[in-house]
Write a protein that binds this ligand. Structure first.
Ligand SMILES: NC(=O)c1ccc[n+]([C@@H]2O[C@H](COP(=O)([O-])OP(=O)(O)OC[C@H]3O[C@@H](n4cnc5c(N)ncnc54)[C@H](OP(=O)(O)O)[C@@H]3O)[C@@H](O)[C@H]2O)c1
Length: 333
């Protein structure tokens, strides 16, 4: 018999991953999900991207987070994911929870970004084609559009569910007041908002400071944290300089100017605390998020299998003493 190119680990649901209920819904998400914003575009080797996705699935990561413009180039992370689906993951489609989004810049002209019905409908069709899927599990409005009537964006989400192109919908980075309107509008049309996706990590507390976490919990909407490692700041990546192969060295979404001497000193103190706990800084940073029941899942990025393996160890210890929590508070800013 010709061996299959890939067969997933038989113990993938039995080797440490825990699943958490997503708000008031039937969906369980893995504590750690994988995001394909960076490291999966057509500038990255397909073999490495595939190895990371396989490692994730082999270790119980069932949720993969994408968006129309992830790359670079735009669309190419979805193409990469589509290739992996076709080559190896297709038989496991029903074990996967796949997201995509539209809202940010995607194609030229007036219909290629923000929140119009025209843009969202066309973008989702393109995403499905790139990934070779009939439907996504969740489709997000990627950002609030102040110039489009919110009802137009929300009704499009409702219609996308009715069309069967997404099973669930979510919102990302919506201000609290607009999230309130979105939750109500969708609920009144029997489309529950499954997830709020927001930036949340030890250094960035907006969702707790602005009441987004509480609001989502009250609405029965799960909260999924993006950039849980502050794009790599909350890891050992920058403790001894800026490695040539790092996100910061590429000078895109993570600028060198953020790494001030004060921030570096705080990161070093957090790293010392992590070591005392027997964790890497990345593990402790993810564990800190996962200790909070209001957080359904954290979406990690990873540029190697080794990083993802390290991140998965966060699940081994998510308990913190009051002293440890205080030390983290003292070093947040
Ligand atoms: N809704 C939105 O608007 C939005 C916005 C941003 C992101 N997201 C989603 O959230 C996902 C995660 O965002 P993110 O990539 O910024 O997440 P992140 O987990 O905060 O940062 C990931 C980066 O940290 C470094 N890293 C990860 N694990 C490490 C480890 N164990 N040790 C050392 N370094 C490690 C890697 O940097 P190097 O590449 O330098 O190795 C990696 O690329 C995205 O892929 C996307 O799906 C959504």
């Amino acid at each position: 018999m010709i061996p299959p190119i890939y067969s997933p680990a038989a113990d993938r649901y039995d080797n440490g991953m825990s699943y958490r209920r997503c708000g008031r819904s039937g969906i369980l998400l893995p504590g750690i999900s994988l995001g394909l914003w960076h490291n999966f575009g057509d500038t990255c080797p397909l073999a490495r991207s595939q190895a990371i996705v396989h490692y994730a699935f082999d270790h119980g990561i069932t949720h993969f987070d994408l968006a129309n413009n992830y790359g670079p180039s735009y669309g190419s992370a979805e193409e990469t994911f589509g290739q992996i689906m076709r080559k190896s993951l297709r038989p496991y489609r029903d074990e996967l929870f796949i997201s995509t989004k539209a809202g940010h810049d995607m194609w030229p002209g007036p219909y290629g970004e923000w929140g119009s019905r025209k843009y969202l409908m066309a973008s989702l069709d393109q995403s499905l084609q790139r990934m070779g899927l009939d439907y996504v599990d969740i489709f997000y409005s990627h950002r609030y559009d102040p110039n489009t009537p919110l009802e137009e964006t929300l009704q499009t989400l409702v219609d996308i569910v009715r069309q069967g192109k997404a099973l669930y919908v979510g919102i990302s980075k919506y201000p609290k007041e607009t999230a309130r309107t979105a939750y109500r509008y969708l609920e009144e049309r029997d489309v529950h908002c499954l997830l709020y996706q927001g930036r949340y990590n030890i250094l960035n507390r907006e969702p707790e400071d602005e009441g987004i976490l509480k609001q989502a919990q009250k609405n029965g909407t799960g909260f999924i944290a993006f950039s849980p490692l502050a794009q790599g700041l909350l890891t050992n990546r920058y403790l001894e300089g800026i490695p040539a192969d790092s996100r910061m060295a590429q000078g895109g979404s993570l600028q060198q100017s953020v790494l001030t001497p004060d921030l570096l000193a705080r990161l070093k103190r957090l790293n010392a605390l992590a070591q005392k706990r027997g964790q890497s800084l990345a593990e402790m940073s993810l564990a800190w998020l996962l200790r909070n029941e209001q957080v359904t899942s954290v979406i990690v990025g990873s540029s190697s299998v080794e990083q993802l393996a390290d991140n998965l160890h966060a699940l081994d210890n998510t308990r913190f003493t009051d002293e440890e929590l205080k030390e983290i508070e003292d070093n947040r800013n």
